[in-house]
Structure formats: structure tokens, C-alpha cells
Design a protein around this ligand. Sequence first.
Ligand code: ADP
Ligand code: MG
Length: 431
Amino acid sequence: IWKQVLNELAQEISSVSFDTWIKPIRPIALTETHIRLAVPGSLNKNMLMTKFRSLLESCIELAAGHPCEIEVICDTPDSSDKENTDPIREQNFLNPKYSFESFVVGNNNNLAHAASLAVAESPSQKYNPLFIYGGSGLGKTHLLQAIGNYFLKNYPDKKILYTTSEKFTYELVIAIREKTNQDFRNKHRTVDLLLMDDIQFLATKELAQEEFFHTFNTLFEAGKQIVLTSDRLPSETPHLADRLKGRFQMGLLADIQPPDYETRLAILRSKIEEEYFTFDEEIVEYVANNIKSNVRDLEGAVKRILAYAGIERTNTISMELAQKALKEILSTLPQRDITIGVIIDEVEKYFRLPSGSLVTKRRSNDIAYPRHIAMYLAREVLDESYPRIGEEFHRDHSTVMTAVKKIRQNLSGDTELNATIRELVENIKKN
Ligand code: ADP
Ligand code: MG
């Protein structure tokens, strides 16, 4: 179709104009009602939208057989071209794309979604605080910002603050240095809605925890809504002060799990539609079968496929093209086989021990404890036999058995150990 459009256009305008303004256009997407074109800069965009718009529209209608709404985007984003100019939104780094409308609800996230919506609709009345937790790329920031965007639209006179625990900590340090503590407090303690992303990073910072404790109390007592996200439960966050754990658990704890197959399909369809594209069902299923980790990776897969289509200058996505695009993604997810050696490496890294120290004879507690954890993991993750594990650690099998048993017992009461194990398993799998 695009070729046809170009032919039509070439007849209508001078070749200089054609070369300057029309040639650089890259068609990206075409649906029943829309065509999306990419151009190299905002000057090109303005020319297209003013001088050539109606001509372009009629050529496209001629070629496509029906009228299409033209959308032009710039390949190289240019700051004069910002569409999002709401000052409050910008100040808060709220991304308008993160809305409830664009959030796909599935079995994995329905509680977190329902709770977020409830909080947005009736703030401070239902769940306070709302604590959303789950792994990376599963939609925590999306939901948090959806609440913010909802507020912005529906209660324009209320004060919102979206921040992250890292930003909070950083600003606190600056405030102390520059003696602007009062400004810092005003900023954080006078809002109607506080959205704090990735609270887990607060855990190792004592001063920030102290400050946040007071921020939390001030807002809470004034009946203001607080929403927090984290990659884990408060009770499983090492170094998080008990009084903060207590506060975080007062409202609702809502988890987000990795999406199941059905939800992955629904998310893919929605992401493809957002790009004004359609994929064959077979290709959507292929992607959903191969990318299981999280939503961010699903999104990445769609983008990669579309980029390939762009390179090959085609608007039809073939299975072959999808496979080619995904092969690249899948190969970047590392596939190293897990061995006892890998586990030992990871445990040593985690506890900052010199390489090889776990397999020495040393018995001091700072080595024995990580060694027990490594043995436990070798048993649980790899299902290796006790004698095999013993061989690797230069110990006999009964020592290994005792160690594994001990860790198993400790796990039932020790939340910090639980978190450690979980993190290690993640690191090992990633590796
Ligand atoms: P997290 O904060 O949990 O690491 P994000 O909220 O940043 O994850 O989500 C990663 C990407 O996936 C974002 O682009 C987000 O819009 C998208 N996303 C996550 N969950 C969903 C969902 N249920 N529906 C649509 N998009 C989603
Ligand atoms: Mg996030």
C-alpha cells in the first residue's frame, strides 16, 4: 500500500519536495482506521501535517480503499514536540500511558487491580495503606501511576506526590546538607495522596526509614491515602524497621504474580493493538508460549517484532519474522546450566566471600552458615544426592544432611533467611 501511496504522491508534487519531505517517511503501522508514520524530526512532522496532509490523506484513501486517520511520530524525539504538558503530571513523572484503561486484568493481578481502583475511587476509605508487591516487570509502577493519573483527572484540586524510595532518600540527604528539612517535610507531608514506588530500597537506609516513619504517620493521621509498592512482603524485607513493617501491614497487602498463559495472550493483544497492528493468532500464541517471565519482556517482544518489520519494510508479520525476532531475545536470557558450582559461586557472591571459601575446611560461623545455605540449595534446587553434594564441598554426606536439615528448620521461623534464599534462587536462575 505504501508503495502505491508513494507513486501517487510522486505524480502530485515536485521531485525536490518529494525527496525532502516524503522519502524519509517510514510507515510503521496500518489498521482499518489508522496509519502511523514515522519521520526523522519535528520539522518534517509539521510540514507533513500542514502542507501535505490533505494530499497524503487522499493518496492513502486511494491506495487503501478507505479513509485513514494519519498519525505522525518523530523517530528522534525532540523536546519541542512534547505532547504531555500537564505540569503536575510532569513534576510527578506520571506517565499518562499508565492508566487503568490500559491495564490488562488477569488471575495474576486482579486483587491488586481491584484494590488500586477502589483506592482511586474512594481514597482513604478502604485500604490505607495499600501495599502492592510482586516481582520486577509485573505492573506495580503501572498500577501506582494509574491511581495517580486517576486522581489528576478526577480530583484536580488534590495534591499528589509520586516518588520512589530512592528519590526520597536522595532528597532527604540534600535537604539535610542544605538545611532545607522544612521544605522537604512540607513537600512530603502535605499531600492528599502519596505514591511511593519500590519501598524495598528504603530498608538499608536508617535515616530515611526514620524520616519516612514520620511522614507516614503524619499523612495517615490526617486521613490521607498512601500507596506503596515493593518487590516483596514487608515481613520478608531484611533490615526494614519493625515499626515500619507494622505500619505497612495495617492496610491491605496485595500481590501481583507472573501472568498465566491466558493473561499473557490478553496482554500481547492489547500491546499489539496499542501499536495499531494486528498479528495472526498463531504468532500471538507463539510469543505467549515462549516469553513467560513478565509483562516487560512481553512488551519487549512485541517491540522487537515491530522493529524487525520496520527493517524489512513490511506490514505483515510472518511467523518466520516473529521467530527471528524472538530468537534474539531468547538468546539474551542466559541459559547456563545450573550446577553445584554455580550455586557455590552465587552464594559466595551474595555473602561477599572470596571465591572458593565455601569449599575450604574453615569452620568459622561467617563461612559455615553460607556453606549450609549452599548445601541446602544444591539439595532443593538441583535435587542432588547428599553424597554428590558432599563430594563438591569436601565433606561427608552426613554433614550435608545435617546442614540441609538445619536450614529447613530455620526457614519456618526466620523471614530474613526466607528472603535470602528466595533472592539466591533468583540469582542462580538468572545466571
Ligand atoms: P514493575 O513496576 O512491577 O517492575 P511496571 O509497572 O514497570 O512493572 O511494568 C512493566 C511494563 O509492563 C510497563 O510498560 C507496564 O505498562 C506493562 N504492564 C505490566 N502489567 C501490565 C498489565 N496487566 N497490562 C498492561 N500492561 C502491563
Ligand atoms: Mg516499578
